[in-house]
Design a protein around this ligand. Structure first.
Ligand SMILES: Nc1nc2c(ncn2[C@@H]2O[C@H](COP(=O)(O)OP(=O)(O)OP(=O)(O)O)[C@@H](O)[C@H]2O)c(=O)[nH]1
Ligand SMILES: [Mg+2]
Length: 357
């Protein structure tokens, strides 16, 4: 499934920088070396296996912009699924920026009226921290007003922090097929394994594509922070010739497990019950892999529908190829014999290794 994504905005606003960081493993510092994009640079990014993002990075110098709205109009604005318009927050030519943005919207309205529109108020790191909220709110209001009758979603972004991941996660989320089924299954998985929260990251970009939260958390930006940190770590590993595969972080309050999951995702599981041993969570992650692999691949056994049936849901716990280890007594009777044995062994292990027991 191919989806055309237009990246537009004036020259130097940061389009190629973002694209390179999210999809081509650049680090922020390296973007300083990027030259201005000549005309349109096309790239195809495979995302979650079946989804191919067809990115059109449109160089923003004025001579190119003029051509986009004249001779190249049909070619550029036809079949667009998503328009991402990038504004440099420090730009001194706001009127001109808005003029081009509106020309863009007119062309979208004519050629791809169903396209989703995102505006990124970018380079927010250059604005004093105490001004960021006010400036963003102002810009957001202006943009929403000027976009009518089209709707736009605005994000504040910077390549120097996690806001880049928040914006791009939200954008790609809208493009992922059967994302609801994925979320439903993730919820189910989180309940069975008794996790505080479970997150799915796309494997190459580390964007969050789905999450399930069962406990409140005070930091609403933690997901994109984790994306940002782990992506950097993964890049550092690959520079040393190593491949990041998993990690466990444990303190007195919680344990976080990040692990390779399906062929297109990493999973993160947050557990706060200290009586559940790491091994149990790792087994549960391993056992869920096949199920999620099938869910991601729409050609296999119609997995998206299967999740909605009670039969399949029971199968996740006590039958088929997937077994879950649980501490909850009411679930024990559902588990098959072989699994109970495994569980008893785990319990023994757990008792032997838990100093608080
Ligand atoms: N401070 C700051 N600088 C940024 C940010 N994003 C990009 N830049 C810098 O802005 C400069 C221009 O970035 P590009 O990505 O090449 O801009 P562009 O929109 O692709 O420009 P054209 O290809 O000419 O349309 C580079 O030096 C980047 O390092 C940001 O969030 N903050
Ligand atoms: Mg560029």
């Amino acid at each position: 499934m191919k989806k055309k994504v237009l990246l537009m905005g004036k020259s130097g606003s940061g389009k190629t920088s973002m694209r390179s960081i999210i999809f081509a493993n650049y680090i922020a510092r390296d973007t300083r070396r990027l030259g201005a994009t000549i005309d349109v640079e096309h790239s195809h990014v495979r995302f979650l296996g079946n989804l191919v993002l067809n990115l059109w990075d449109c160089g923003g110098q004025e001579s190119f912009m003029e051509q986009y709205f004249a001779s190249q109009k049909d070619n550029i604005f036809r079949n667009v699924e998503v328009l991402i318009y990038v504004f440099d927050v420090e730009s001194r030519e706001l009127d001109k920026d808005m003029h081009y943005y509106q020309s863009c919207l007119e062309a979208i309205l004519q050629n791809s009226p169903d396209a989703k529109i995102f505006c990124l108020v970018h380079k927010m790191d250059l604005v004093a921290e105490d001004q960021r909220d006010i400036i963003f709110k102002e810009r957001e209001e202006d943009l929403k007003r000027l976009s009518k009758p089209l709707e736009c979603t605005a994000f504040r972004t910077s390549i120097w922090d996690e806001t880049l991941y928040r914006a791009w996660s939200s954008i790609v989320y809208q493009l992922i097929p059967n994302v609801k089924a994925l979320e439903h299954s993730l919820n189910y998985f989180a309940n069975v394994v008794d996790a505080d929260e479970v997150l799915l990251f796309e494997r190459a970009t580390f964007l969050v594509i789905s999450h399930c939260q069962r406990k409140q958390h005070r930091d609403s930006h933690r997901f994109e922070k984790v994306s940002n940190i782990i992506k950097q770590f993964k890049l550092s590993c690959s520079k040393l010739g190593a491949k990041f595969s998993s990690m466990e972080v444990r303190n007195s309050i919680f344990a976080a497990f990040i692990d390779t999951f399906t062929s297109n995702t990493y999973v993160m599981v947050i557990m706060s019950d200290p009586s559940i041993p790491s091994e149990a969570t790792l087994i549960n992650i391993r056992n869920a892999r096949k199920y999620f692999e099938e869910l991601e691949n729409p050609n296999s056994m119609n997995a998206a529908n299967a999740i909605h049936s009670a039969h399949a849901a029971r199968g996740m716990v006590n039958g088929g190829s997937s077994h879950y280890y649980s501490h909850h007594p009411h679930q024990h009777q559902q588990l098959p014999q072989q699994f109970l044995q495994q569980q008893q062994q785990q319990q023994q292990y757990h008792n032997a290794n838990n100093p608080y027991h």
